[in-house]
Structure formats: C-alpha cells, structure tokens
Design a protein around this ligand. Sequence first.
Ligand code: NAP
Length: 283
Amino acid sequence: MANIIDGKKLALELRDECAERVLRLKERGVEPRLDVVIVGNDPASQQYVNSRLKDCADVGMLSMTHVLEAEADQSELTALLDALCADPAVHGILLQMPLPKHMDQDEVLSHIRPEKDVDGLTVLNAGALFTGREGFAPCTPSSIMHLIKSTGVPLKGKNAVVVGRSIVVGKPAAMLLLSEHATVTVCHSRTEDLRSHLERADIVVAAVGVPGLIKGDMLKPGAIVVDAGIKRVDGRTVGDVEFESAERVAGYISPVPGGVGPVTRKILLKNTLTAAERANGIG
Ligand code: NAP
C-alpha cells in the first residue's frame, strides 16, 4: 500500500514556518501584507477570497480586500492595481480570476508588477520560470512540487509525466520538475495512449479535472502520484486519480481532498513573505 502524502500535515508545518517568518519581519519593522482584488460578487470567488484572508490572519499577516462592481470599467481595475503596485506597504497582490468578460485578462495582469505577483500569473513570472530566473511560480504547481519533495525521493533523472498542460497548473509543474532534473513528458487531451506514458512514470502529476482518469493498473509500481484534480461528484470532492486502485500500486500518493489544496493556500502566504523579504533586502 502506498504512503499517503498528507497535505493537511504539510500545510500545518508551512503555517508554522510562515508565522515565524511574519514575526521575524515584524521584528525588523516590516508588516507583511497581501491585498486581494475581486471584481463582482460571485459567491464561489467570495468564499475563496475569504479563506485566503483567514489564512493570512492565521499567521499574523495583514490583508486587505478591494471589491469592484462586476460592471466596473477596466481602467478602474488597472488604476487600482497600479496604485497597489506603487504602495510599498503592499507586498503581494492576488487578483481573483476569472475576470468579467468585458475585460482583457492579459492587459489587466500586465499591471501587476512581477515582484508583487505572488500568484505567479503574469507573463513576466512565466518567463522567469521558463528561463530559470528569480520570480514566482503559480501556487498550485509549487504545491505539487512541495508534496513530491516531501517524499524525500531524489528527482534527478526520474521519468515524470504531467497530465494536463494549462498555463496555471500543468505547464509550470512540468517546468518545475525539469528544473529538478527530472525527464518530463507532458500529456493532454490529444495524447495517444496515455497509459503507455504513465506505465513508465516514476512521478505522475495529474492536473486534468476528469475524475478517475488515472487508474492503478496504469501506474508503475512504486510511483509518486500527486493529484491536483478537483471535481464535485455526487456531493463529494474527487481527483483525477482513482484512489482505491492507485494506492495499491503507487509508492506515494496524495489524496483528494487533503493533498495539493491545503498546501496551495500556504504557498500563497510563503510567496507574499518572500516578496516582503525581497522588497526589504532580507533573506
Ligand atoms: P484546465 O485548464 O481545464 O486544463 C485541463 C488540462 O487537462 C488540459 O491541458 C487538457 O488538455 C487536459 N485534459 C483534458 N482531458 C484530458 C484527458 N482525457 N486526458 C489527458 N488530458 C486531458 O484545468 P486546470 O486549471 O489546469 O486544472 C486542472 C485540475 O486541477 C482541475 O480539476 C482543477 O479544478 C484543479 N486545480 C486544482 C488546484 C488546487 O489547488 N488543488 C488549483 C487549480 C486547479 P488540452 O490542453 O488538450 O485541452
């Protein structure tokens, strides 16, 4: 039976680490702060934002929310982002996606300075990840890497298969694995014979959103399996991996829920603290 990669436990460790870093920053006169910008009043987005604010409070970090009307002009949003970027008291900016249809997402994101883009959504941070420079990777792939590294298994030279190639999860996860010297294959909806790729994989990252797509008999025995997929099915949250069959074959497996999700939330805090430290020449 596989070892379970316990995201909740890892998240608690990260929370303690963040709380300590907040204290160290405060001792040096820096009040780390994350500002959340939300356009419209979608209840799911509101809930997401509230949980982020709670996470900040939990580690003693300051947070502010800015809510614009769903009909707000794009210029109103970009002016707000420009003001937050110019404000030295703000270290991280989280812009809740998706934006209303009348807004140009790329144009809006270009108003977030990369050093405050703690969610890793800007093109400049994507470029930094691609070229191996200092920046912020998106939080979910960073969380995936945290889970994989928590196993202690060296990644160098290992076959890693990432299923999913989105800009926020699959592609950056592949780049992060590559930077750890894994040999990376990226699969997607047009991949022929997904099974043949998975059977050779020492590390499997699932970032698809198709419940139960990956089954135990597709995996290499002993593989590390990290499941970022989230779907609600019959009132339950499930991942892309069929957990019951996969845990009998894998060496390590992350559950859904309780795997990638809780760690992702703490990575946002970690990135904000890193931004605050960098802005103040600490670290
Ligand atoms: P997305 O933008 O919809 O991308 C899904 C990817 O899966 C695409 O690259 C797609 O291929 C690929 N795909 C679809 N069907 C496939 C199939 N049958 N076989 C192989 N590949 C297939 O989704 P996302 O934003 O990356 O999110 C992926 C999952 O992670 C979702 O369940 C989402 O809810 C979850 N998620 C979790 C977190 C977290 O913190 N845990 C955060 C963000 C997202 P094509 O490119 O060819 O279309």
